[in-house]
Design a protein around this ligand. Structure first.
Ligand code: ATP
Ligand code: MG
Ligand code: MG
Ligand code: MG
Length: 470
């Protein structure tokens, strides 16, 4: 059966309600009282106080569909079938209530009975030492032992520094050979798009004291996360998250505005998918009150928006187009997020303003960058000077990552150390000058807030992703 995205979201939440969970609204993308995270990147993240016992949950069983942003996946977007910077995570949570047995049974029941996926295409994985989970899959659910994969800490142990942690069990769906990488040994756990990870069940049963000493928690928790878009991919049996009904509507709109057809040119397809993804992030981030700026969340927003604008140029789109796409994002998502509709005018205005300010300089900036690239190549060099990258940033509003992305396509790198130096000199000058000049529409004092090293910001963020590696 071909359920739509909006229907699947509802089916999941109702199913979990039928199992005694309290349905809570998606939390904002902006973390509340949590400095460890720039943006909410999982269903569990905003519920942390309930897991740690800092706050008492309204019920011990909760279910949500949470808006998530993962900028750590930005490089994958448009290239894999399964990654977006924005996605919705369906989850069911137990705060010291039910544990592995129920979590695994409901995962199976939902996937095979409620949405009716083929059992023969599903493969669970468990943490290598988690015999308890293995036995539940094998003896209770009846999945044969050779279909259950045991993985190590890298993949199947969830941990975030000190604090509650534990093994996970994930469910993969085999989408068939045509999606495989064809490499020998391609099987469950391969990074290609054949065996797509759909659902992660985390069993938080230990406490890490910060020195990798693990003790059993008195209150054991369940934290699960399933990408709604990925669920839709397997249920609708389509190629990628960009082919599921709601996102396809948006993708079609991108194609229409650009006057290009999907699946005629690989590079264009990447741009189409990238814009489709980024405008979702931009729309939701804006609706949660994030505004473009040169630091933190605002910088993430600026970077995504400007990246989308540049790919629009690559597709041949002339002029402003992003708020028009935001309209479609709102149309297909307002069912679950009525706030989008309420804030519609505000969202369009903010997006327009940022896009307009970038549009003023993007064409000149791109032309100058092209010259820089040619000069660099002509000189037989592989590094673009930090001064030049800084000029693009300072005068033409090119986020460093955007410059990097463009020149990397040409096999060139940026001298980032020098870029940072230029930035610091600029900051110093601005501080000393104490006069109001404008920078991209903002007061020059924004320099005061610039991170010392813009590049380290994203490295830092990557360290803070949902699944920390140990
Ligand atoms: P992958 O290995 O495919 O990158 P993950 O292991 O990083 O996924 P988890 O951190 O386990 O993902 O998150 C739980 C679920 O959220 C995943 O099983 C998947 O369904 C979904 N998910 C994770 N990252 C993304 C993304 N970038 N876009 C869409 N869905 C995602
Ligand atoms: Mg991932
Ligand atoms: Mg994974
Ligand atoms: Mg996972």
């Amino acid at each position: 059966q071909n359920y739509g995205v909006n229907e699947l979201r509802k089916m999941f939440l109702e199913f979990m309600e039928s199992k005694g969970h309290l349905r809570m609204k998606s939390f904002s993308l902006i973390p509340h009282n949590d400095n460890s995270l720039l943006l909410i990147n999982s269903g569990m993240a905003p519920l942390k106080p309930y897991f740690t016992g800092q706050e008492v949950p309204p019920r011990r069983r909760v279910t949500t569909c949470q808006k998530c942003i993962r900028t750590g996946d930005i490089e994958n977007v448009g290239k894999t079938a399964r990654h977006g910077t924005f996605f919705e995570m369906l989850g069911n949570f137990s705060f010291g209530d039910y544990f592995k047995h129920e979590a695994i049974s409901w995962t199976w029941e939902f996937l095979t009975e409620v949405v009716g996926l083929d059992k023969n295409r599903l493969y669970p994985s468990v943490y290598q030492d988690d015999d308890e989970a293995f036995d539940i899959w094998n003896k209770e659910i009846g999945v044969s032992a050779d279909r259950i994969f045991r993985f190590g800490k890298e993949d199947n142990f969830w941990e975030h520094g000190a604090g509650p942690c534990g093994p996970c069990s994930e469910v993969y769906y085999d989408r068939g050979e045509k999606y495989g990488c064809g490499k020998p040994g391609c099987t469950v756990g391969c990074d290609c798009d054949r065996y797509m990870e759909v659902w992660n069940n985390v069993f938080t049963q230990f406490n890490n004291d910060g020195h990798n000493n693990y003790t059993e928690l008195e209150q054991k928790n369940i934290d699960t996360g399933m990408g709604l878009e990925r669920l839709a991919v397997v249920v609708q049996d389509v190629d990628s998250i960009f082919d599921v009904d709601t996102i396809k509507a948006l993708r079609d709109k991108v194609c229409e505005m650009a006057g290009v057809e999907y699946e005629t040119d690989h590079e264009k397809d990447v741009s189409i998918r990238l814009i489709t993804d980024h405008i979702r992030s931009v729309t939701f981030m804006t609706s949660d009150g994030i505004v473009p700026s040169n630091e933190g969340r605002g910088y993430v927003l600026r970077r995504l928006l400007r990246r989308a604008a540049r790919h629009g140029r690559l597709l041949g789109i002339k002029g402003k187009f992003l708020s028009e796409l935001a309209k479609t994002v709102i149309e297909v998502s307002e069912d679950a997020y009525p706030e989008l509709c309420e804030k519609k005018e505000y969202i369009f205005n903010k997006i327009d303003k940022e896009e307009e300010s970038f549009n003023k300089t993007i064409d000149t900036g791109l032309a100058i960058l092209k010259d820089y690239i040619e000069e660099t190549k002509a000189a037989g060099e592989k590094v673009l000077s930090g001064d030049k990258a800084f000029k693009l940033y300072d005068t033409y509003g090119f986020p460093l990552d955007l410059t990097k992305e463009i020149i990397e396509e040409e096999g060139i790198e940026v001298d980032e150390a020098r870029f940072t130096e230029c930035m610091n000199i600029q900051k110093e000058t601005a501080r000393n000058a104490r006069q109001t000049t404008t920078y991209m529409g903002a007061d020059a004092t924004v320099y005061e807030q610039l991170p010392v090293d813009m590049t380290s910001e994203f490295v830092g963020y990557d360290k803070l992703t949902y699944k920390s590696k140990i």
